[in-house]
Ligand binder design. Structure first.
Ligand code: GH3
Ligand code: MG
Ligand code: MG
Length: 388
């Protein structure tokens, strides 16, 4: 249940689908409205509290808050029912969810007095929620309207046309001690804004961190095979090559290329080709030391291994195991069996020059192809040492 809710909120935050944004935004704002309605209802039914308000205005405001909560609830309910087929971006629904509550809360903040109540803080909180769930262009008109309302009110108040906190018979802080009512009112409204807001901010930040980690992983990963991509391989190669130079520890690279892969595609189709690549991805991942070595798809049907703390003999062993394993592992595609072989070239990194090692491994790979494929060739040997 909690995991499902988290996924829903994450999806609303990430995809900004209007339907889920309406639901989440209303679920956050309706409780605040109901709390305020509860406090106002209490005031309306208790004469000693009603003294602090202008009663006829409070009755009208109470209707307004009630209708606003009802409207938000209705928008959430209808958006939830339509979540599957509402377009991803539905500006009218966004306006329905955002407009009344943002305008309404601006008005409430002015009615209670912005300067000495938590109403302004709640307004900011509602704005932050709006920004988190909706697109900026959906919020902008309401931001502009809210700014006009607040600035206009300030001006009119400065000119003495309207009074400060016109809902109240006198401002909450009229000097001296706060009355019991306002002490409680402040305590309740303050906590109602601060606690959920703090929780939401923590949630937003950890959700952002989660998204960033996912994106970083995606940026380093090849989608088809799940191996590292070229970019990640080159970065790790540069890093490990420096370490090799500093510590003179052996570091070896292996380049691998599927034999006659074009034929697999031409004979069995591109999907079969993709299936071969992803099976090969699993084979490579399973053939190297986790956490230490790196298996990558450099592009097309070309793969590479980065093997720290491994000399050429060790790397040759790893490459040979892969070549042999693939030879004995025909890949299934539907009812078809696809016999696939691979060639590999091995080269040590020397003097911290990773790119040179990669070129040498590529030359050796070319040599393996020339010698008939399905084999491993080592660089740096006086005469390329072919192993079948
Ligand atoms: P060789 O033994 O000399 O390496 O022959 P080859 O056919 O494997 O080499 P070539 O470079 O001529 O062909 C590579 C083919 O790989 C061409 C292209 O159709 C295919 N290929 C590249 N990327 C992908 C991919 O992501 N999926 C699939 N299915 N095929 C791909
Ligand atoms: Mg090939
Ligand atoms: Mg190739």
């Amino acid at each position: 249940m909690i995991a499902g809710l988290r996924e829903g909120v994450d999806a609303a935050l990430r995809q900004r689908r209007t339907a889920m944004a309406c639901v989440c935004f209303s679920l956050l704002t309706v409780p605040i409205l109901l709390l305020l309605a509860g406090l106002q209802g209490w005031a309306l039914t208790h004469d000693e509290v009603l003294l602090y308000y202008r009663p006829e205005r409070l009755a009208a405001v109470q209707w307004g808050v009630g209708l606003l909560a009802l409207w938000q609830g209705l928008v959430a309910l209808l958006a939830w029912q339509r979540r599957e087929w509402l377009p991803e971006h539905a500006p009218r629904w966004a306006a329905a969810a955002l407009g009344p509550v943002l305008m309404g809360w601006c008005a409430l903040a002015l009615l209670y007095g912005l300067q000495d109540t938590p109403m302004g803080m709640l307004l900011i909180e509602i704005l932050v929620f709006a920004r988190a769930f909706f697109l900026l262009r959906d919020i902008t008109p309401w931001l502009a309207a809210g700014a006009v309302l607040l600035v206009g009110h300030e001006l009119l108040q400065g000119l003495g046309v309207v009074s400060y906190a016109p809902l109240l018979s006198q401002p909450m802080f009229a000097g001296g001690e706060l009355s019991d009512w306002w002490t409680w009112w402040l305590r309740i409204m303050f906590n109602a804004s601060v606690l959920p807001f703090a929780a939401a901010l923590f949630y937003l930040f950890s959700s952002l961190a989660r998204h960033r980690a996912e994106l970083e992983t995606l940026a380093r990963t090849d989608v088809l095979t799940g191996l590292a991509n070229r970019r990640e391989f080159m970065a790790r190669l540069a890093e490990e090559a420096q370490r090799q130079q500093r510590g003179e520890r052996p570091l070896t690279v292996v380049m691998l290329d599927v034999d006659h892969f074009k034929q697999v595609n031409d004979t069995h189709g591109h999907a079969a080709g993709d299936q071969v690549l992803s099976s090969l991805g699993r084979l490579l991942q399973g053939s190297v030391r986790q956490e230490v070595d790196l298996a990558a798809r450099l592009g097309g049907e070309e793969f590479a291994l980065l093997l720290p703390e491994t000399d050429t003999e060790g790397a040759q062993c790893v490459a040979r195991k892969i070549v042999e394993a693939l030879r004995g592992m025909p890949i299934h595609h539907g009812a078809q069996l696809l016999p696939v072989t691979i060639s590999a070239g091995v080269a040590p990194v020397q003097g911290g020059d990773g790119e040179r090692a990669l070129r040498l491994a590529d030359d050796s790979l070319y040599e393996a192809k020339r010698q008939g494929r399905d084999r491993v060739v080592m660089a740096m040997a006086p005469h390329a040492d072919a192993m079948h």
